[in-house]
Ligand binder design. Structure first.
Ligand SMILES: Cc1cc2nc3c(=O)[nH]c(=O)nc-3n(C[C@H](O)[C@H](O)[C@H](O)COP(=O)(O)OP(=O)(O)OC[C@H]3O[C@@H](n4cnc5c(N)ncnc54)[C@H](O)[C@@H]3O)c2cc1C
Length: 426
């Protein structure tokens, strides 16, 4: 059997490696436009600083590791189209169009940066960060620049702002409503806001209306306010890259992603799709949802890998969000639904907040009206990931909090221990 995977991000790489684990016989080929070895994109902004990003390499998916697993990889290769009836894809070879047959095909073509449609976004000095290779080039161009505007304050926007500040730039960040409005409850947004450094110039509740400049970027306009700048970085998310899927005749859903079932099968036989290019159904409400994050892409890739190798469904809930990053000395963790995303799905969430002064942490827990934990958020100085995993475990298994309570804050447990040993503390 010949398995072809288009894309070498977490979705494609995880699909290839998992397919090999479950099927030692098949021929497996990854095709990608990229030429760099697999790396962690959450660190892509490091390439702004230094072209040496070897620390970010994902060893399990390196060229050497793939070769050891007998997985071939065609890099720098664009899949231009295909014919799903003839079960072939088409690539631009050095000697013209080349057709490659497949038995099973996995599309992991990722996303395309979603830049707002405003005047001036085509000026030199406007950038998006999508690949490590792009980022190194952007880093070189930014080296002589002083004032930079980052539009968007999700994980990647904040991370990029942090890196630019470390490079000594004057950094402005533009936030449409409040920090991570969809992922964080308002008090959690405020907690994160309070931890941003003073030297980061935050423009909250504003959207860019145009980028201005004659021959290159000179600034950005936010309603009636203008910020002078040498460069503008749009970190405003991605939309699904479905160009190849459309050429193959796959069904595209109402949110613009490739429609897949819970085993990542598309509307066409023997074609599967995973990662930022797909839309899936939310497990609680059955409504379509886009979730363009790396951990989901890798989970979906593993699921597709098992299926193309001849196996079965392995995950109950593929669409469970887990995002963790440490930015500005703060752990930021987001699990499952926030009250904003839950309400958009028609649920009636209840939110409870917890403070743990010993860990300098604030946490929010989101439950559905039947008491099931459906999400949580942590903003903390340390140990955020530990609490995040505890929340993830409870959301994934669908328990009610009273059945499996979270570890109580450390200061409460410490007090209990001290009191049991030394008597009451006043
Ligand atoms: C700066 C930055 C920071 C991020 N931080 C986080 C984070 O903290 N946490 C998190 O969970 N996620 C984060 N993400 C998002 C995460 O990286 C993506 O969700 C993830 O990479 C998606 O994986 P994917 O496999 O779907 O696609 P991608 O990783 O986007 O890979 C797409 C692949 O498809 C290939 N391709 C596309 N079309 C073709 C074609 N026609 N022919 C050949 N090859 C093709 C490309 O070459 C590429 O190899 C971040 C992203 C960025 C850019």
């Amino acid at each position: 059997m010949k398995i072809i995977i288009v894309g070498y991000g977490p979705g494609g790489a995880a699909a290839a490696v998992t397919a090999r684990m479950f099927n030692s016989e098949s021929e497996i080929i990854i095709i990608t436009e990229e030429t760099l070895e697999s790396h962690q994109k959450p660190g892509a902004s490091m390439a702004l600083e230094s072209p040496n990003t070897s620390d970010l390499k994902i060893e399990d998916w390196s060229f050497k590791a793939l070769a050891k697993k007998r997985i071939s990889i065609l890099t720098g290769t664009h899949v231009v189209g295909g014919d799903s009836k003839a079960k072939e894809i088409h690539i631009d070879g050095s000697d013209g169009l080349k057709k490659i047959k497949y038995d099973r095909l996995v599309l992991a073509t990722g996303g395309i940066p979603a830049v707002p449609r405003i005047p001036g976004t085509d000026l030199p000095g406007v950038f998006t960060i999508q690949t490590m290779a792009d980022t190194s080039l952007i880093g070189k161009q930014l080296s002589g620049m002083k004032s930079i505007v980052v539009v968007g304050a999700g994980f990647s926007g904040l991370e990029t702002a942090e890196r630019l500040l470390a490079l000594g730039k004057d950094v402005h960040i533009v936030i449409r409503s409040r920090l991570m409005r969809k992922q964080l409850e308002e008090p959690m947004s405020l907690e994160l806001r309070s931890r941003l450094p003073d030297k980061l110039k935050v423009h909250i509740g504003m959207s860019p209306t145009s980028v201005i400049g004659e021959e290159k970027v000179e600034g950005i306009v936010l309603g009636d306010k203008r910020i002078d700048a040498d460069a503008v970085l749009f970190m405003t998310g991605v939309r699904p890259n479905t160009e190849l899927a459309k050429k193959l005749g796959l069904e595209i859903g109402e949110l613009g992603g490739i429609v897949v079932d819970e085993t990542m099968k598309t509307s066409v036989n023997d074609i599967f799709a995973v990662g930022d290019c797909v839309e899936m159904k939310d497990s609680l409400t059955g409504k379509p949802m886009l979730l363009p994050i790396g951990s989901t892409a890798a989970r979906a890739g593993r699921q597709a890998g098992v299926i193309v190798a001849g196996g079965k469904k392995i995950y109950d809930d593929l669409l469970l969000r887990f995002q963790y990053d440490r930015i500005f000395n703060t752990d930021i963790v987001v699990v499952g639904h926030s009250s904003t995303t839950a309400k958009a799905m028609g649920l009636k969430p209840v939110v409870q907040y917890f403070d743990d002064p010993s860990e300098f942490a604030k946490a929010a827990l989101v439950t559905s009206d039947d008491g099931r934990l459906i999400g949580g958020q942590v903003i903390s100085t340390r140990m955020g990931a530990r609490l995040g995993y505890e929340i993830f475990d409870r959301v994934e298994t669908g328990v009610k909090l009273r059945e499996k309570p979270l570890l109580r804050p450390r200061h409460e447990r410490l007090r209990e221990y001290l009191e049991s040993t030394f008597g009451p503390i006043r």
